[in-house]
Ligand binder design. Structure first.
Ligand code: BLA
Length: 511
């Protein structure tokens, strides 16, 4: 079945796990239940010295020595699920050849065996190298320094020319939050890119398979034989370490002037939080054993990230209860709440970053900092009153223009809002406003302009990607983070308690 043509408008549909090719650094064999070779990559010859077409239909024992097969078989207990590959390093696959790193996993009903010649001149103990680097990754003062330390360590371990930490926002777009380069320069630090640069199916794969090596951007790879017949599909290479790369992404990398790329997933709570994106000027291969050490490093960083966010959360809840105590004491004094609440804008800044704050309380409006005009605040409340009154949830708005006419007039200073309904009737609100996201980038002298323009034009360069992202965010504020939403939820609960206390106090006064 012919796949629909993939272009820049339907990237999310490209079946990147079924391209029918492997990268040239390894050979792939697919075995049936009786260990007969059903598929072999055309480069079997250059990797193992055996012709791929003639290997098909033969028992695997014609390709791999009995001793090595025994080791493979005895390690197979660990292949419980297809997402769990067995790794064997330095295996003597054939007496006459050097050692291989081997990955074995189940894909559908086939067992995929991938073989990478180790070709190491000197024996190196990667685990001895990774240990001190891992010890260095301990959270100290700020998250930025943790990310920068990690980028530096990963560059030392992987020998790539450049390592970036790329963090996803809630909308799937991403930002480079750390960059460590051999030439000491900063090229992409602080820059944003649209979600489409890493399509959804690629992100889904990086959640299952945590390391992706693209060893040579100019390598078109080797075909897996035989080609599928009518009605048959290419092999599912989702978990294959030699999976070949989408031509669109290869074009992106080559336009970027990159010769090799590697990404390592950073996970948080089972979700893809970000990636280490590693680049090399020329082709760059690191063996499976070193890649495994890199992956371990990624795991550790993910763990430290979780600990860091936990500590931030703890501090936020301490800060919130301190705020609550302050508010409560003022309520007891019988003060009007608007003043004290607005005065808290600064204290809340660390929990909910904002440029302005408004209270719509018993029909009156009080504001601080940059907010939309009063009429717009009331109109906004009207659009929310009914649905919000029912669910009582915090509402995050990235672009007020999506709800209000004329919002572009004040978007520069108040582009988005976080709204906390604080009465059951749905008429009282605390609103936080945020100005339009900073979308200015200094690309002066940037070498990432197209090196050559490929079939898909210049869209496939970071500079153009940035432009796409910039167009998407006009009139938007920076995305409200999960953390701000969580803090807003806690803050709202606290306010409801305070409102209740005020009502009680007023009832008492009346008696
Ligand atoms: C994959 N795109 C990727 C990856 C990264 C990026 C890091 C992971 C694979 C790798 O390590 O190279 C994007 N790389 C970036 C960005 C920066 C960077 C943003 O260094 C910024 C500094 N890409 C596009 C468009 C499409 C696209 C428009 O820009 C589709 C039409 C596709 N990107 C694409 C595909 C993959 C990908 C298909 C998956 C590659 C694979 O794993 O097979």
């Amino acid at each position: 079945m012919a796949e629909p043509k993939v272009d820049l408008t339907n990237c999310d549909r490209e079946p990147i796990h079924r391209l029918g090719r492997v990268q040239s650094y390894g050979a792939l064999l697919a075995l049936g239940p009786d260990w007969t070779v059903l598929n072999a990559s055309a480069n079997l010859d250059s990797i193992l010295g055996s012709d791929a077409a003639s290997a098909i239909g033969q028992p695997v024992s014609t390709l791999i020595d009995a001793e090595a097969l025994k080791r493979i078989r005895s390690s197979m207990g660990a292949v419980e699920s297809s997402d769990n590959a067995v790794r064997l390093f330095g295996l003597k696959v054939r007496e006459a050849l050097g050692p291989f790193d081997v990955s074995i996993h189940q894909s559908g009903r086939r067992l995929l065996v991938e073989l990478e010649p180790k070709g190491r001149a000197v024996e190196v103990d990667v685990m001895a190298e990774v240990h001190p680097l891992i010890r260095r990754i301990r959270f100290r003062d700020s998250f930025e320094s943790l990310a920068a330390d990690a980028a530096r360590s990963l560059r030392a371990l992987s020998h790539f020319d450049s390592v970036m930490v790329y963090r996803f926002e809630r909308d799937g777009s991403g930002k480079v939050i750390a960059e460590d380069r051999a030439d000491g320069k900063r090229r992409y630090l602080g820059q944003h890119f649209p979600a489409s640069d890493i399509p959804v199916q690629a992100r889904a794969l990086y959640k299952r398979s945590l390391l992706r090596l693209i060893a040579d951007v100019s390598d078109t790879g080797a075909r897996i034989l035989p080609e599928p017949g009518p009605g048959e599909e290419e092999l599912d290479l989702s978990m294959a370490v030699t999976r070949a790369v989408s031509p669109i992404h290869l074009e992106y990398l080559s336009n970027m002037g990159v010769g090799a790329s590697m990404s390592v997933s950073i996970m948080k709570d089972g979700e893809l939080w970000g990636l280490f994106a590693c680049h090399h000027d020329g082709p760059h291969y690191i063996d499976y054993e070193r890649r495994t050490a890199v992956e371990m490093f990624g795991h550790l960083f993910s763990y430290e990230l979780g600990r860091y966010e936990e500590s931030v959360r703890r501090k936020a809840s301490e800060d919130t209860s301190r705020l609550q105590n302050r508010l409560m004491s003022q309520v007891v004094d019988g003060q009007d709440l608007s003043g004290p609440l607005l005065a808290m804008s600064d204290g809340i800044q660390g929990l909910i970053p904002h440029d302005g704050m408004a209270l719509l309380w018993a029909g009156k409006i009080a504001t601080r900092g940059d907010t939309p005009p009063e009429g717009a605040i009331r109109a906004l409340a009207d659009t929310l009153a009914a649905p919000v009154g029912e669910t009582g949830d915090v509402v995050a708005i990235g672009s007020l223009a999506s709800r209000l006419e004329g919002a572009s007039d004040y978007a520069k200073t108040s582009a988005g809002a976080l709204i906390l309904p604080v009465s059951r009737g749905g008429s009282d609100f605390v609103m936080f406003f945020r100005r339009e996201i900073e979308a200015v980038m200094d690309w002066a002298g940037d070498p990432s302009k197209p090196v050559k323009v490929g079939p898909n034009g210049i869209r496939l360069t970071p500079r153009q990607s940035f432009e796409v992202w910039r167009e998407m965010v006009v009139g938007h504020c920076a995305p409200w983070s999960d953390y701000a939403l969580h803090a807003a939820g806690t803050f709202r609960t606290l306010l409801l308690e305070v409102v209740l206390k005020v009502a009680e106090a007023q009832t008492l006064e009346r008696k």
